[in-house]
Structure formats: C-alpha cells, structure tokens
Design a binder for this molecule. Structure first.
Ligand SMILES: [Zn+2]
Ligand SMILES: [Zn+2]
Length: 102
C-alpha cells in the first residue's frame, strides 16, 4: 500500500498508475520493472562472488608443501569483528591451502 507524498492520502491504482484525489500520479508499471531488474542484478553479483573460489589476488607467498612462491590470497572475516581476519593462501602450483594469522 502506498500513500501520496503530497497529501498523505491512500493512492488508488488506475490504468497502471497510482492516483490520488489531489492530482498526484505515480507510474506504477515502470517503477516495478526497475525494482525487479535491480533485484536480479544483486542476485547475480552474489552468485558470482560465491563461485569465484579459486580466483583471487595472487601474492608472493611460499607454499609450505612444494616451495612454490605464488599463492592465491583470500581474506576470511572471523565471527568476531574484533579479531583480525584470517588470511587464506592457496598455492597456484599444487593447490595446497593454508592459513596465516597476524
Ligand atoms: Zn494527494
Ligand atoms: Zn604448493
């Protein structure tokens, strides 16, 4: 339910628009489309972030397993905001994963 920003009366749907007795009109159809496309975009962003498991900035960190000096770097925020985030490295050569604490 929506109310008129001008006079505060309830808006009535008419011909795809919301109308008020005072003459205020709101285009209902185009507004809904806009909201919908925005929601879809947000969902796509979340999906992409979740799938990018192996993609991240590469840093010069030496792998304790194979001695390779390049690893993918990720930050993992711990449950408590007071704690420093855990850094996770994944070796680009052997895929060994390890954590580093500050
Ligand atoms: Zn009004
Ligand atoms: Zn390695």
């Amino acid at each position: 339910m929506e109310f008129c920003p001008d006079c505060g009366a309830m808006l009535l749907p008419k011909d795809g628009k919301l109308e008020c007795g005072c003459g205020y009109k709101k285009d209902l159809a185009s507004n809904n489309e806009y909201e919908l496309s925005r929601e879809i975009k947000a969902e796509e962003n979340v999906k992409m972030l979740g799938e990018d498991v192996d993609v991240g900035p590469v840093t010069n960190e030496t792998c304790p397993e194979c001695g390779h000096d390049k690893a993918i770097y990720k930050m993992l925020q711990t449950r408590s905001a007071d704690e420093a985030p855990t850094r996770i490295f994944t070796c680009t050569k052997c895929k060994h994963t390890w954590r580093a604490y500050d």
